[in-house]
Ligand binder design. Structure first.
Ligand code: GLY
Length: 330
């Protein structure tokens, strides 16, 4: 597969291509950033480079300290405007690594090689980079699409089940937004087809709205409640698990109870749990909703699924939001 995306900023484009094995990742990095687990498992099957930084995967690496370490190493490697950085890892390693690349000499060449399903179907495309500040997620970041994404589904063979579920939840989200067929690919474990279909849906959206002023907000389906659940559980509930709970809840908030039931069934078929743990109260949800980055004084925009490939954006003021959440929670 090879797909090209050109974004609303004409100078920015991304090419996505698929390779069949780790050995076939045909990239020539001037600087390599790689996830420590991936390095441990795939060792010298990975592309090599004289300048290599190994990062631990997960949210704990998404810090200003990691950024500084990357910048110092980039300086030692004497990276110029036309140098290429290749990042091989999951969402967190790509988030912080791409942030460093986007700011080095105000942006140099970037190739992403996602190694988790979540990163393949969602995080790698669309240019969001981020670090966490004072324990709060993604507080600082840039929008800097990679010029190249290389998909190698062989990495999924070594992915722990919990990580796989994170990706399945984002793929479910993408199916609801734009292509129901993705569910069949996932059920059949046809991951190359599922990843391509997800990237086509996401690509269509981010091409039109890279800066998230309109349509890109649809990609937040399940995330408004999901982020609250993640935070309330002190990240014990993973991002994907929380999003899987948030998707049917969003349908309920919109009053679409039949579709919520259908989404619950599909999520269960994919091995995803949708029941929000009893310890998480509605009161806590309301408290955490206030730290949602997308809140304004007028309220919050919720993404409401009304049916397959049919999601709408709904601005709810705080009073209406409270009423609808109370009803949906029962
Ligand atoms: N992960 C949602 C987005 O890229 O906008």
């Amino acid at each position: 597969m090879s797909i090209e995306f050109t974004f609303s900023r004409p100078d920015v484009f991304t090419t996505v291509r698929t390779v069949s094995s780790v050995e076939s990742i045909d990239v020539i990095p001037d600087f390599l950033i790689v996830d420590s687990e991936v390095k441990k498992i795939y060792k010298n099957r990975l592309p090599s480079c004289d300048f290599e930084v190994i990062l631990t995967g997960g949210e704990t690496s998404k810090t200003p300290e990691t950024l500084e370490k990357l910048w110092l190493n980039m300086s030692q490697a004497d990276l110029r405007r036309d140098s290429r950085v290749v990042i091989i890892g999951g969402g967190s390693v790509c988030d912080v690594g791409a942030f460093a690349v986007s700011t080095w000499k105000r942006g140099i060449q970037l190739t992403l090689v996602p190694t988790t399903l979540l990163c393949m179907v969602d995080a790698s495309l669309g240019g969001k980079t981020a670090v966490n500040i004072a324990g709060k997620k993604n507080q600082a970041g840039t929008v800097y699409p990679a010029s190249e994404i290389v998909i190698c589904s062989e990495f999924l063979q070594s992915l722990p089940l919990s990580e796989m579920k994170n990706g399945l939840a984002e793929a479910l989200k993408t199916a609801v937004i734009g292509d129901r067929q993705i569910i069949n690919y996932l059920k059949e474990k046809e991951y190359n087809k599922a990843v391509s279909a997800c990237l086509v849906v996401k690509g269509r959206i981010v091409e039109a709205d890279l800066e998230e002023n309109g349509e890109r907000r649809l990609l937040n389906l399940g995330h408004t409640i999901g982020h609250c659940i993640e935070a309330i559980s002190n990240m014990d509930i993973s991002h994907g698990a929380a999003v899987a709970m948030g998707i049917p809840m969003a349908a309920k908030i919109g009053g679409n109870t039949d579709f919520a039931a259908e989404l619950t069934e599909v999520a269960h078929e994919l091995g995803l749990e949708t029941a929000i743990p009893k310890e998480i109260t509605l009161q806590e949800i309301h408290k955490h909703l206030e730290s949602d980055k997308k809140s304004t004084s007028a309220g919050r925009i919720w993404i409401i699924p009304q049916g397959w490939e049919n999601c709408v954006q709904l601005l709810l003021d705080r009073t209406t939001e409270k009423e609808l959440l109370k009803k949906a929670w029962q």
